[in-house]
Write a protein that binds this ligand. Structure first.
Ligand SMILES: C[S@@+](CC[C@H](N)C(=O)[O-])C[C@H]1O[C@@H](n2cnc3c(N)ncnc32)[C@H](O)[C@@H]1O
Length: 247
């Protein structure tokens, strides 16, 4: 939130800094959402994990608290039992999911980096939900290929959250569309990619934002044209596109 005495330039700068967390045109409004509706209802373990992650050098990658709350709600709304997550980092979205699932719910969670997952794991264990998690270290694509080979995995997932390497999202889509059940949901994260999806090509952008931008643009077009899904793009966090499989 802008403080008294700050100039317009510094307000703009601060807004850019939180831009990856919120696409709202006002930091004050985003802060209002967090302080009024998200933080007061955030489960204690999620708060602990959020605070622990904030100290990590790559904390820019974490799912925001409002998006965590959204995922938790969505999973309950659709009565999901079997889910998948691609891109775990320290596990904030994973914990939001695990807390929402029933006692016998399951999450297949994949990440190339186990170390970061293990940072958050003690909090997940303390929350009493680690038994729901099957963590696989390594790239997600070969795991998906293996799942596809077995017919019994087809149409077996209620919810799949994709929050990893944007240059592979279309490769993931080709596979997970077979794995999610008809009526089930896929959530693609970062589909508004720091707002860069509407920036002119010569606009100043961080290097990684520029690199992944074209992949995000391509994904958004492909999802909009895919007759197997209904879609809804929400400006929560960095943009999340919900895809409901219809055929
Ligand atoms: C944005 S972070 C995930 C954030 C996480 N959902 C959270 O709530 O904090 C992206 C993660 O994707 C992982 N990743 C990158 N490439 C991957 C791949 N090919 N397969 C699986 N995970 C990958 C990274 O190691 C990183 O932890």
């Amino acid at each position: 939130m802008a403080q008294n005495g700050e100039g317009k330039d510094s307000q703009n700068l601060r807004h850019q800094e939180v831009g990856h967390k919120s696409l709202l045109q006002s930091d004050a409004l985003y802060q209002y959402i967090l302080e009024t509706s998200v933080y007061p209802r955030e489960p204690e373990p999620m708060k602990e994990l959020r605070e622990l992650t904030a100290k990590h050098p790559w904390n820019i990658m974490t799912t925001s608290a409002d998006e965590g709350q959204f995922l938790n709600m969505i999973i309950k709304l659709i009565n999901a039992k079997k889910t998948m997550e691609i891109g775990v980092y320290t596990g904030y979205s994973l914990l939001a999911t695990a807390l929402a699932l029933p006692e016998d719910g399951k999450i297949l969670a994949m990440d190339i980096n186990r170390e970061n997952y293990e940072l958050g794991l003690p909090v997940i264990e303390k929350a009493g939900v680690s038994h729901k998690i099957d963590f696989r270290e390594g790239p997600a694509l070969p795991v998906l290929d293996e799942l596809i080979e077995d017919d019994k995995n087809h149409g077996s997932f209620d919810f799949i959250f994709v929050d990893a390497d944007k240059d592979n999202y279309l490769n993931y889509h080709k596979r997970i569309i077979e794995l999610v059940k008809v009526g089930g949901l896929i959530g693609y994260d970062n589909t508004l990619w720091n707002g860069s999806v509407v920036a002119p090509p010569d606009a100043p952008m961080r290097k990684y934002v520029r690199y992944y931008r074209d992949f995000v643009l391509e994904l958004n077009k492909a999802l909009a044209a895919d007759p197997r899904i209904e879609i809804c793009m929400l400006p929560v966090g960095d943009g999340i596109t919900l895809c409901r499989r219809v055929s």
